[in-house]
Write a protein that binds this ligand. Structure first.
Ligand code: ACO
Length: 469
């Protein structure tokens, strides 16, 4: 493990160079986030014009700080960054988080190279430039100018886009998706996706890794590392620049090459990476992987009180490579006496629109408990004879009484405002639930496809003598 990456996630001390005295400026907001999110190590604001900022003693330069510092956050204009790196080197800094824009993305590759050259001379790793910072919730570290109240959890999010990353940080709060880390990597002058994947693979607080990717600089390294990491944890990628127009936009955004879309998709598949088509899809999947136990094979069973929603889900699953088989006989035998005579006991199991709250919950739980079933998708359409909030509360209670979910369960609750609140309740209880059947179905498909891809990668590596059982 590179101890300098350890210092990126768990620094003992942080200096903020360019810590502004003025609220609303980036250097001020980063310092405020570090303090208010509860970082426990030492924090040194650096600003030649200030003696104190946000109640902390300010230093005119890095050299004036009496001790060494682990992490230096650099929030001064680009032209000053190389000299700041030299000063950081003298303070034995292990990592520099370079917020400033104005490098490769505007044709100043020379300035970016100079920053890296000096950092290598001192043995400093560089995150950025052109970033909003980074967050690692287990260390109560928020060295970013993004939202303040990130919810701790187990999704790590690596983003090449700053503004989109910040916006999505906000969305994770509204959607109650807990994160372990959010890392803005911008121009990736030094630390890249592969370095972070290697670290996060070993991070006990991270269950799933989500990457917003425009392009990779060292494709071989990325694929080699991703292949190993995907054996341990799911990696979900949103690949931007899929069209010619999008690729042009990528070049002027982070100076990356977007590459060929077909090649990327093929390599992702071979590497065990899940490629999401939309940002929504990526977060839907990340939510499920972070909440659920691992899918260990076995049949997928759909339980629905609405035939149409069952058909839509079946279509979506098929479009994503997941075919349904007849449900286990033992499950049919258990459910048959409890359901209306006209219930359909295929897959999906249609428990019909006349099912009660208790009947729907009981059917989902019976499917979950069946030893031949490996995963369950529950599809609920709001009816006048049921109450989504009662269903949500009962499911939460029963699953808690079972000691948590024994296997993956994904739900969709389709309907009005009551469904919205019921969806929120279930997600808060870490039962992944979506307001639309397609979103739930693509999520189920991602869970099953990840398991398949991982097996294929494992087999391939075994053939190459590259992995132990
Ligand atoms: N050492 C320490 N402090 C210094 C130094 C120095 N050498 N030089 C200046 N300072 C102080 C300044 O006095 C100022 O403090 P003050 O506000 O109390 O007077 C503070 O440091 C900041 O310096 P400014 O010159 O005012 O710089 P400013 O804050 O305007 O901009 C920044 C710096 C934010 C790095 C800017 O140059 C920049 O690159 N902005 C873009 C950042 C960005 O968007 N990142 C990308 C991705 S995120 C996204 O896309 C949303």
């Amino acid at each position: 493990m590179d101890e300098r990456l350890e210092a990126l996630f768990k620094p003992k001390s942080i200096a903020v160079v360019g810590a502004s005295r003025k609220p609303g400026k980036i250097g001020f907001e980063i310092l405020r986030n570090i303090i208010e999110y509860g970082f426990k190590g030492k924090v040194y604001p650096v600003n030649p014009k200030a003696t104190q900022i946000l109640g902390l003693k300010a230093y005119p330069s890095l050299e004036a700080i009496p001790e060494d510092v682990d992490m230096v956050v650099v929030s001064v204009p680009a032209k000053f960054v190389p000299d700041i790196i030299d000063q950081a080197g003298k303070k034995h800094a292990k990592v520099a988080v370079v917020i400033a824009s104005g490098f490769k993305e505007i044709g100043r590759a020379d300035l970016e190279e100079e920053v890296v050259r000096r950092a290598r001379k001192w043995g400093i790793r560089v995150l950025g430039p052109n970033i909003f910072g980074m967050i690692y919730t287990p260390a109560r570290l928020n060295a970013s100018f993004g939202p303040k109240d990130v919810i701790p959890g187990s999704v790590a999010f690596i983003t090449q886009s700053g503004a989109l990353g910040i916006a999505l940080m906000g969305m994770t709060i509204v959607e109650r998706i807990g994160v372990s880390a959010i890392i803005s990597i911008g121009n990736k002058a030094d630390i890249d996706d592969a370095d972070l994947l290697e670290y996060l693979a070993e991070d006990p607080h991270t269950k799933v890794i989500l990457i917003y990717l425009e392009g990779v600089t060292d494709g071989r390294k990325f694929l080699r590392v991703a292949q190993r990491v995907s054996l341990k944890k799911p990696i979900i990628v949103i690949k931007a620049g899929r069209t010619e127009a999008g690729a042009k936009a990528v070049a002027s955004h982070t100076g990356s090459l977007a590459g060929n879309v077909v090649i990327y998709s093929t390599l992702f598949k071979q590497t065990g990476i899940l490629q999401a088509r939309t940002v929504e899809e990526a977060f839907d999947w990340a939510r499920a992987f972070s909440y659920l136990p691992e899918y260990k094979g076995g049949q997928l069973v759909l339980v629905t009180n609405g035939g149409g929603a069952g058909v839509i889900s079946t279509d979506t699953l098929a479009e994503n490579g997941v075919k349904l088989e007849a449900p286990p006989k033992s499950l049919v035998d258990t459910l048959k006496p409890k359901l209306p005579a006209f219930a359909s006991l295929g897959n999906p199991i249609d428990v019909t629109g006349m099912i009660s709250n208790e009947g729907f919950v009981d059917s989902v739980l019976e499917a979950l408990k069946n030893p031949e079933v490996g995963a369950v998708m529950g599809i609920y359409c709001q009816t006048a004879v049921t109450d989504p909030m009662v269903i949500a509360s009962k499911l939460v209670r029963e699953i808690k009484a079972m000691g948590g979910l024994p296997k993956p369960l994904v739900l969709t609750l389709i309907g009005g405002e009551e469904c919205y609140w019921a969806v929120t309740k279930l997600n808060t209880a870490k039962i992944p639930t979506y307001p639309m059947p397609e979103r739930a179905a693509t999520t189920v498909a991602a869970i099953i496809n990840y398991s398949r891809m991982r097996e294929e990668v494992r087999e391939r590596l075994k053939e190459l003598g590259d992995v132990s059982d």
